[in-house]
Design a protein around this ligand. Structure first.
Ligand code: GDP
Ligand code: IMO
Ligand code: MG
Length: 424
């Protein structure tokens, strides 16, 4: 597995953090290729819970960790995360940050929040962490990059230039207090002091590791259906979680990627707004939310559960070139005698399709074609391998494998690191 991408195959929160933590045990380098502190990856090891926002989960095992050029970095949040880990005895030295990654600045957070308020009923339901405005400024070539932290003069000048424009927007468009140059600049000079030792040429670092035949994990944040280009626009994030973006986000060629592990729940959840064809009715959703503890890591918002959506999952296999699937949270379905899976969408014109609709109106109005499947109705705690699972659970996994034409190689049966089953 020299270079393996771990990608969310649904709408985020599939359990990527847990799978990355597990695979990191056998890896040398773990890199995040996009996203920012909108991510929340929970890892539970030895009864202790770690919630990662910025950091690749590999840092927990002391593995060399990289934040690639495709990430957006909120320096205050990152430092808090590093401090928290240090307090818990986890060293931060293995971290290296690309100088090309962009900074999330205070105006990005202010504009994200104010923009959502202005949209009212039409809001996206963002995490309000400044993600969209930071990526927008990157594309506008108005962004401030991590490497700008290395030169106090450049940093102050860039902040001053940006604020001249941003304060006009904040005051006139968003009715928000203007930001003070002195305050923002001095705060970021302090961040710079602390972050400068982590800044490195991470593209070179990863390339060197691959040449030395080291094992590299490339960790995506969010999920395929939240991809800016291929997700359920506009209810998406502002970067590309799909596996192809791992190459650009890190700065290696696509030919270097050997394996793509998709991570999917045994059902589906979405947080924030936007269509979710296989969404469960309120009562069932409440039960699954409680059983699966489906509350956002970052915002604490309720996640919206639905039945496993094979149409969306097949789309994720196509978009990412998924070679293996990790199916998490199978245990959450253990209480049900009967389950459902979404095998096709019924479109407004009355036709049904197994393919993800290319047109947004078709998707927005798609009705799920749900097929009943037997549940296993018993806990999975005693199982040591996939072969030990009850027959109905194995049938469920086989149904997924057949529909996707991809093997399920890991199965989650609980939140802790060791609660993952592999084939016998
Ligand atoms: P990520 O954003 O993809 O890393 O996923 P999150 O960490 O945001 O959400 C997944 C949640 O499910 C976390 O609370 C995990 O601890 C938990 N989790 C992961 N895998 C399993 C599993 O197999 N079973 C159960 N019950 N919980 C799991
Ligand atoms: P992880 O990495 C689930 C969702 C938000 C919102 C939309 C846009 O933990 O899987 P943004 O703040 O990115 O502009 O919000 O994307 N979203 C996530 N949903 N998991 C995430 O990350 C998410 N990151 C963003 O809820 O609908
Ligand atoms: Mg999450």
């Amino acid at each position: 597995m020299p270079a393996t991408v771990i990608v969310g195959a649904q709408w985020g929160d599939e359990g990527k953090g847990k799978i990355v933590d597990l695979l990191a045990q056998d890896s040398d380098l773990v890199c995040r290729y996009q996203g920012g502190p909108n991510a929340g990856h929970t890892v539970i090891v030895g009864g202790e819970t770690f919630k990662f926002r910025h950091l690749p989960a590999g840092i927990l095992s002391g593995k060399q960790s990289v934040l690639g050029a495709g990430c957006v970095v909120d320096p205050g949040v990152l430092l808090e995360e590093l401090d928290d880990l240090e307090r818990r005895g986890i060293a931060s030295e293995p971290l290296k940050i690309s100088g090309n990654a962009h900074l999330i600045m205070p105006w990005h957070i202010a504009i994200d929040g104010a923009g959502e308020r202005r949209l009212g009923k039409l809001r996206i339901g963002t995490t309000r962490r400044g993600i969209g405005p930071a990526y927008a400024d990157k594309a506008l070539r108005l962004g401030i990059r991590v490497q700008d932290l290395l030169d106090p003069k450049i940093l102050r000048q860039k902040i001053a230039t940006a604020l001249e424009e941003k304060n006009v927007w904040l005051e006139r468009v968003y009715e928000h207090e203007p930001l003070e140059l002195e305050q923002v600049a001095s705060e970021h000079e302090r961040f710079a002091q602390r972050l400068r030792s982590y800044v490195a040429d991470t593209s070179l670092l990863v390339d060197t590791a691959l040449r030395e035949k080291k094992r590299v994990l490339l960790e995506g944040a969010q999920g395929t259906l939240l991809d800016l280009d291929h997700g359920t626009y506009p209810f998406v994030t502002s970067s590309n979680p799909v596996a192809g973006a791992a190459a650009t986000g890190i700065g290696i060629g696509p030919t270097r990627i050997d394996e793509v592990v998709g991570v999917s729940k045994a059902y589906v959840t979405r947080v924030g707004r936007g269509p979710l064809p296989s969404e469960m009715d309120d009562e069932l959703a409440k039960e699954v939310r409680e059983l699966g503890q489906e509350f956002g890591t970052v915002t604490g918002r309720e996640r919206r559960p639905g039945w496993l959506d094979l149409v969306a999952l097949r789309y994720a296999v196509r978009l990412n070139g998924i070679t293996k699937l990790a199916l998490t949270k199978l245990d959450v379905l253990s209480v049900f005698d009967e389950l459902k899976v979404c095998v096709a969408y019924r479109l407004p014109d009355g036709t049904t399709t197994p393919d993800f609709p290319a047109h947004q109106s078709d998707f927005h109005h798609a009705e799920p074609v749900l097929e009943p499947v037997s549940g296993w109705g018993e806990p999975l705690d005693g199982c040591a391998t996939i072969a030990d699972l009850p027959q109905a659970a194995r049938d469920y996994i086989q149904l997924v494998e057949r529909a996707l034409e991809v093997p399920v190689t890991l199965v989650g049966t609980g939140a802790a690191r060791e609660q993952v089953l592999a084939p016998a």
